[in-house]
Design a protein around this ligand. Structure first.
Ligand code: ADP
Length: 453
């Protein structure tokens, strides 16, 4: 789950907890206040009833008058007067048992049964002349008030949650804008534009710190790339010179007439092997140059079909016995789509590498080279019927110097495909590969047409 969503949910969960707690407090105090208030009213009526009924006289009549005039009649209001028997004992006349017992034990009690409220107390006039006065009534207004409050709190709670959810979403969305921007910027940095740096926001917040850290890392990466690249280029240049000298010396020696058979054979081997070494070093030099090239030299618009013809010719020179069939049947009507923007020498080298591999690993069986354009992408497919690549080794064939286990009988150095991949990547393209051992291999190069590159 994205941190943005997590923050929204956390925000919601926290708010739910706080709102629930607040609602519980409000309800609790409303219950307390509402019930206590009603009990107080009942208790006042108990005292009045006792005055009126147990102390008849002038005063009680005045009380009765005040009560009739000013005291509102409660819903289902009922008075009860229970007189103690000769032994001073009371008999329960239909009151809830617990409430009745509490009045006897403590002298007074309040009680609530559903929505019926009771208040009562004992009054002793003298000796065994004792009474229990009870007033009970319903409290419909209080109940309605609490129900209304419950409703308000419930809908208020739901409404608040919806608001909190959307506010949380908007809040987390805006909070993460700088991070998304940073991710986008980092994603645009590849080996082609390692010199690019992230924009560092003003201030000293975490995002500014992260951008600064990324930029420091890019500095180190760029230095490492350049060092490695310079090393391979310099080493290749340095090695080429002595090898060329060895080659020329061997050539001069081979031209001598007084050589024995064995000497000639040895010199021939030295000549062939130094030639191979020169080839490897040349490939390494190209690999280094194609792998990281911020400057992009000699880039121009080129027709891909022409490059394919040149590559086929080059492959035929290396493998004269090869059998290559070129299929341009699926070419688009708009010839503009065949234009590609790039370095034609490098592109030609990449396509030649793939076609020559097809020739080499299929002992000159038919190679099909097909060109097509789909969704603004130029697709070059090279299909051979050769030895194929074992499935477990397929993932390694673009690693420098890797050779599959079934290539013992074939010459090679394992630098052709890494070089090809670097060249294609430099042109913002990709390579796809499908292969089956002893059935053949299909390698596809996808390149953006010049109109979209
Ligand atoms: P190599 O000089 O060994 O051909 P590459 O870099 O061109 O080096 O290829 C790397 C490896 O990929 C090869 O050694 C081979 O195992 C495998 N490979 C490439 N192309 C093919 C193909 N058309 N058929 C079978 N195997 C191939």
């Amino acid at each position: 789950m994205k941190i943005q969503s997590k923050i929204t949910l956390l925000f919601l969960a926290l708010s739910t907890g706080i709102l629930l707690l607040l609602n519980a407090f409000i309800l609790y105090f409303e219950y307390e206040f509402n019930y206590m208030d009603f009990f107080k009213r009942l208790e006042a009526r108990v005292n009045l009833t006792a005055q009126i009924r147990l102390f008849p006289g002038e005063k009680s009549r005045a009380y009765q008058e005040v009560r009739n005039k000013y005291l509102e009649k409660l819903d289902a209001e009922k008075e009860q007067l229970i007189k103690a028997d000769a032994l001073g004992k009371f008999k329960n006349e239909g009151l809830p048992a617990g409430f009745f017992q509490q009045i006897i034990n403590q002298g007074q009690a309040i009680f609530k049964d559903d929505n019926q409220f009771f208040a009562g107390k004992t009054i002793t006039l003298s000796g065994t002349d004792r009474y229990i006065v009870v007033v009970s009534a319903l409290n419909p207004y209080g109940l309605r008030e609490i129900q209304e409050l419950q409703k308000i709190l419930f809908f208020g709670f739901l409404g608040s949650l919806i608001i909190v959810f959307f506010v949380g979403k908007v809040f987390s969305y805006y909070t993460f804008i700088p991070i998304r921007k940073l991710t986008h910027e980092v994603n645009t940095i590849t080996s082609d534009n390692l010199h690019t740096r992230l924009e560092e926001p003003k201030g000293k917040d975490e995002v500014a710190e992260l951008s600064h850290t990324f930029n420091n890392m890019l500095n180190r990466l760029e230095t490492a790339f350049e060092t490695q690249n310079n090393f391979v280029s310099n080493a290749s240049h340095e090695l080429r010179t002595p090898l060329t000298i060895i080659n020329s010396e061997v050539e001069i020696a081979l031209n001598k007439v007084d050589l024995t058979e064995m000497q000639r054979a040895t010199l021939n081997t030295i000549y062939a092997e130094t030639n191979k070494l020169v080839q490897i070093i040349n490939s390494l030099l190209l690999l280094a140059q194609s792998g990281y090239d911020g400057k992009r030299q000699n880039w121009q618009k080129t027709r891909i079909d022409e490059l394919i013809w040149l590559s086929v010719e080059a492959a035929k020179k290396i493998y004269p016995q090869s059998n290559i069939e070129v299929d341009f049947a699926a070419l688009p009507e708009n010839e503009e789509m065949l234009n590609i923007f790039g370095n034609s020498n490098l592109l030609c080298l990449a396509i030649t590498n793939i076609i020559s591999n097809g020739c080499k690993y299929s002992q000159n069986r038919l190679i099909a080279v097909k060109l097509s354009v789909q969704n603004n992408k130029i697709i070059i497919s090279v299909t051979d019927q050769g030895i194929g690549i074992p499935p477990t080794e397929l993932q390694h064939i673009f690693e420098p110097f890797f050779r599959a286990s079934n290539t013992h009988d074939y010459e090679g150095h394992g630098v052709g495909l890494p070089l090809t991949l670097n060249i294609i990547r430099l042109h913002k393209g990709t390579i796809g590969i499908r292969s089956e051992v002893n059935q053949g291999t299909v390698i596809q190069i996808f390149l953006p047409a010049a109109s979209v590159a």
